[in-house]
Design a protein. Structure first.
Length: 310
């Protein structure tokens, strides 16, 4: 699905009820119709956009903006901005928890999550999580799990009291980002930067398995209908597909080519299709003291979404 334009990207979000795909892109969010596969609108003025989530019952969507340390609230019908909510530093992933009826905006810098009530769009608390938080998951019963990228751990906290309940180490996995969850089996799947997927028991913290994945992972998804865990590996342009043979046994079953830079993922729970995004990449700029690991340049007009069937 071609989008074009310029600039980088981060998360995608599928709204199955609205049949829309929301895609972060530079300073805006592109809105695609999942039937026509076309861009039908844009949520503008979201500088440093990272995460998107929608709350159909409130009629609102929420977008984290890393450059302004804020969360933009927009109307699902008009796509117009309704208000802007201050958050912790560098908000990244954002998540709606159905159990607590709250929106959580996770700060990748500062170790906290700003908690928002979508009924009022007011901040109602802050969860202090003690690390650079990445992607969250929930058991649907009031327990939220999130990767701590700098600590190589998964932290569990209470969605209502915001108290930290457990911290589970992920070594030999390092710098975890993408997180998927099988609530029925109680298995957490953490995609780590050192090309490992770590499987953890969500109740005991016991490490169940460590499996090889591709380079540059940033996203992970679990499909209970197939028993497959999928990681998006932007460094080598692949999906790693791992089958859950049982809650104690896992097998790498496929490496699917995508495109370099396709590092995040969103799943449509109705169709079981996966979405990722990327653009054609050029050479990286020269490293500097301020930017010792520069990302490759992005070729204008090549930004696109890729869709994969199960």
């Amino acid at each position: 699905m071609p989008i074009g334009g310029e600039g980088g990207w981060d998360f995608l979000y599928v709204d199955p009820a609205g049949e829309r795909l929301y895609v972060s892109h530079a300073t805006q969010v592109e809105v695609l119709d999942l039937k026509s596969h076309r861009v039908i609108g844009t949520v503008a003025n979201t500088p440093g956009v990272h995460g998107i989530v929608v709350v159909p019952s409130a009629g609102h969507g929420y977008i984290t903006c890393g450059r302004t340390n804020s969360c933009v609230v927009f109307d699902l019908k008009t796509l117009k901005t309704l208000t802007t909510i201050p958050t912790g530093p560098k908000p990244d992933a954002v998540f709606y928890d159905e159990f607590s009826k709250r929106v959580f905006a996770f700060s990748n810098d500062g170790g906290q999550s700003t908690v928002i009530d979508p009924a009022t769009d007011k901040v109602v608390g802050t969860a202090e999580l003690g690390g650079d938080v990445e992607v969250p998951a929930t058991d649907g019963k009031g327990h939220i799990f999130v990767n701590l990228e700098d600590k190589s751990k998964v932290v569990e906290f209470d969605a209502r009291t915001l108290a930290v309940l457990h911290r589970f180490p992920l070594a030999p996995g390092a710098e975890p980002t993408g997180l998927a969850f099988d609530p029925q089996a109680g298995r957490l799947f953490s995609g780590c930067a050192n090309e490992k997927l770590v499987v953890t028991d969500s109740k005991t913290g016991k490490q169940i398995a460590v499996l090889p994945i591709g380079k540059g992972v940033d996203g992970a998804a679990f499909d209970p209908t197939t028993g497959n865990i999928v990681t998006t590996n932007g460094g080598d342009g692949t999906l790693t597909v791992i089958h859950q043979d049982s809650p104690g046994k896992y097998t790498v079953v496929a490496t699917v080519p995508t495109a370099r830079g396709a590092r995040t993922v969103a799943e449509n729970p109705r169709t079981h299709h996966l979405y990722t995004c990327t653009a054609d990449l050029g050479p990286a700029p020269v490293a500097t003291a301020a930017n010792p690991k520069p990302r490759p340049s992005i070729l204008p007009g090549t930004f696109r979404v890729l869709e994969f069937g199960k």
